[in-house]
Design a protein around this ligand. Structure first.
Ligand code: KIV
Length: 270
């Protein structure tokens, strides 16, 4: 396994010493650079990732499952997000720090701006919310309030209760067209990047070729401009559930448990 150095073909040391802004992320597409992105929910993980030169860190509402022990993201509150954004922001990352607006916090433009301001006051530099045309007034209001916005299309985890299961989006013509229209609308509204979660690789490639902003895929094939992962999935730190699109690079849960067992065995007098 390589040591922690910036991803050679995707990122370069001279760029990773800069404070990353939404404009830099946006320009990475024009410059033909891939955009690697990972999640962090606290100070130490944000610091570790930042020291690797990752350009974008997301405080995702996936913290509902990974940190808070919920079955999905639908119980995460704005207060939960603020708490974890504050912890993550204390790492003062050079990476752009983006955070999710949780479910129910952006139902209309006014509440979207109020919630986005709380997240930014907690230390995030941009917010992400799920949806395209259905939330476009909220996206415009957030942008008008001067807060950079990152889109999220495809499988929308905050809708898991209506959907019933996680599934690939964009396989049929109706979904393909809707996703393309959503992506174009988000771009038009000023989003600086769009996460594509569980979008069929063909549709993800088409969106990527049609929008001027970077697409950042998760389980959406290899043709997106960047890739985002939940860090615990990348490092095998949440062994109770591994999404289908993930091949952990290390099995850190086993390493941790091995260290704990060994330490207990080695205790004097035990
Ligand atoms: O909440 C999250 O971690 C996310 C990523 C999976 C994109 O939205």
């Amino acid at each position: 396994m390589k040591s922690c150095s910036p991803v050679d073909s995707a990122w370069s040391p001279e760029v990773s010493s800069l404070k990353i802004t939404p404009e830099i992320i946006l320009n990475m597409k024009r410059e033909g650079r891939r955009v690697p992105a990972l999640t962090a929910y606290d100070y130490s993980m944000a610091r570790l990732l930042d020291e690797c030169g990752i350009p974008l860190i997301l405080v995702g509402d996936s913290l509902g499952m990974l940190v808070l022990g919920y079955p999905d993201t639908t119980s995460v509150t704005l207060a939960d997000m603020e708490h974890h954004v504050k912890a993550t922001a204390r790492a003062k990352p050079k990476a752009l720090l983006v955070a999710d607006l949780p479910i129910g916090s952006y139902s209309d433009p006014e509440s979207a701006v109020r919630s986005a301001l709380r997240i930014v006051n907690a230390g995030a530099e941009a917010v992400k919310a799920e949806g395209g045309l259905s939330i476009i007034q909220q996206v415009k209001a957030i942008q008008q309030a001067g807060i950079p916005f990152m889109g999220h299309l495809g499988m929308l985890p905050q809708h898991i209760r209506e959907e019933g299961r996680y599934r690939i989006k964009g396989r049929n013509e109706e979904e393909r067209k809707a996703l393309i229209n959503d992506a174009l609308a988000l771009t038009e509204a000023g989003a600086f990047a769009i996460v594509l979660e569980l979008v069929s690789p063909e549709t993800a490639a088409e969106i990527t070729s049609r929008v001027a902003v970077p697409t950042i895929g998760i389980g959406s094939g290899t043709q997106c401009d960047g890739q985002i992962l939940v860090t615990q999935d990348l490092i095998g730190a949440f062994p109770w559930f591994t999404p289908k699109h993930i091949s952990p690079r290390i099995q850190s849960a086993q390493e941790i448990q091995g260290a704990v067992r060994q330490w207990m065995e080695d205790l004097p007098g035990v």
